[in-house]
Design a protein around this ligand. Structure first.
Ligand code: PMP
Length: 437
């Protein structure tokens, strides 16, 4: 039996969506947004399913923004967290604790090359902050290169790396150069990695003293709408950046841990080994956890000062994170993502044949994007239609994400226990919803 299929949620006796919304409006920051016209009050989760206050079941194809990797309340993860929680919740890393050491060892065993030194933090933004600091200290340079259409975080430093203007405030962004995005669907040069890479060289030649601190990229851009970088791009750019004294950072916050099916890490798709890898989201199945993994040489520069993080590698998060890595291995989730992902991709391509509105279907494994356009030739973003379909999917019991600069890309990134049946249900719901507009 599929886990969750016959699962009955517990009766909910908490406050209603309206009551929560009222408090949220009064006490939580105004920039917090909610996705749906009518707020959705999620009260319980089981593997790839979520339940609202009325017990309505939703197929979760967004995994809490690509975060619930093993599944909601996966029993093994719950067990590991609960056991640690009952023993010791926190004591800080100035003392020894086995959970952080065991977790670091397991994580390092997943890394190629010389990437063996682990730093734990609490989120993706923090991981990228630390990576940027490392790049600047190690190289002795300031300039960072990031891609247009990138998302790397919302903190003062990382907001500069993020390229989408929807997220940006008018504050100093500090020595960040955004280069042309190697986007095979919308990019200026199609899939020609050489022409995109030349833009990186141009920026270094004309926008910096000839030296840079580093380059950062996601191999498949998540918030940007599941854009997979043109093949061969990272190899060319890593060479250029290293020649200019910089270090290469792979942001694996969304692409890591086998989600893409073809590889455990996104950067492996492009045959490169970065100098620094950042991760978060799926590493904790929902626990606030992030990590930076780098080489001993780069880690050495951090030893000049105290590098300390009160919660990073907290025993409960470490026990949970270690359980995540083991569950993903034991349940062979990478192979599963590849299998279910190719089935889903096949069905989506088929759907594209029948619905003009689908301009592009892309991505890998269980990290897919469906870009909606009103005109396939002009690639005009179908903004209004995307919004209508999104609401319709909710009605049908399917939750997906939205992304891209124009918000016209459905992001399909479910928990990695998503099955072929789930994929069929999702495609049928899309098909039905699209036939109605
Ligand atoms: N990098 C990527 C690729 C992300 O998608 C995100 C979050 N959407 C971040 C970094 C920032 O992570 P967090 O929200 O945990 O700070």
């Amino acid at each position: 039996k599929l886990p969750g299929f016959d699962y009955e949620p517990r009766p909910y006796r908490g406050p209603s969506a309206e009551q929560i919304l009222e408090k949220r409006k009064r006490f939580l920051g105004p920039s917090l947004f909610h996705y749906y016209q009518e707020p959705l009050n999620i009260v319980e989760g089981k593997m790839q399913y979520l339940f609202d206050e009325n017990g309505k079941r939703y197929l979760d194809a967004f995994a809490g923004i690509v975060t619930v990797s093993c599944g909601h309340c996966h029993p093994e993860i719950v067990k590991a967290i609960t056991e640690q929680n009952n023993l010791l919740q926190h004591a800080t890393t100035i003392y020894l604790h086995h959970a952080i050491a065991d977790f670091a060892e397991e994580l390092a065993s997943k890394m190629p090359g010389n990437l063996k030194v682990v730093y734990f933090v609490n989120s993706g933004s923090e991981a990228n902050e630390l990576a940027m600091l490392m790049a600047r200290l190690y190289s002795g340079n300031l300039g960072m290169i990031a891609l247009r259409n990138a998302y790397h975080g919302g903190t003062s430093g990382t907001i500069g790396l993020t390229a989408l203007n929807t997220w940006k405030y008018s504050i100093p962004q500090g020595e960040i150069h955004h280069v042309v995005n190697p986007d095979p669907y919308r990019g200026d040069f199609g899939s020609d990695a050489h022409r995109y890479a030349k833009d990186v060289q141009d920026h270094i030649n004309y926008g910096t003293p000839g030296k840079v601190a580093g380059f950062i990229a996601e191999t498949i851009q998540g918030v940007g709408g599941a854009v997979e970088l043109a093949p061969g791009y990272l190899k060319l750019v890593y060479d250029i950046v290293r020649k200019a004294g910089g270090v290469c950072i792979a942001d694996e916050v969304q692409t890591g841990f086998g989600r893409t099916g073809s590889h455990y890490w996104g950067f492996e798709m492009q045959g490169v080994i970065p100098d620094i890898v950042t991760m978060a989201k799926g590493i904790g199945n929902g626990l606030p956890l992030g990590a930076v993994v780098t080489t001993p040489e780069i880690a050495n520069v951090m030893a000049q000062k105290i590098q300390f993080n009160t919660f990073g590698g907290n025993p409960v998060c470490s026990a949970g994170g270690l359980a995540v890595l083991r569950v993903l291995d034991q349940e062979k989730r990478q192979t599963h993502c590849s299998d279910v992902g190719s089935h889903l991709m096949g069905r989506l391509k088929d759907l594209q044949q029948r619905h003009e509105i689908i301009g592009d279907v892309r991505g890998r494994g269980l990290m897919l994007g469906i870009e909606l356009v009103t005109d396939r030739k002009e690639k005009t973003p179908a903004k209004a239609e995307t919004a209508v379909l999104f609401e319709k999917l909710r009605e049908l019991g399917v939750l997906v994400g939205k992304g891209g600069l124009h918000g016209n890309v459905f992001r399909i990134k479910p928990p990695m226990c998503f099955t072929r049946n789930d994929a069929d249900f999702l495609v049928d719901a899309l098909d039905y919803a699209m036939s109605k507009i």
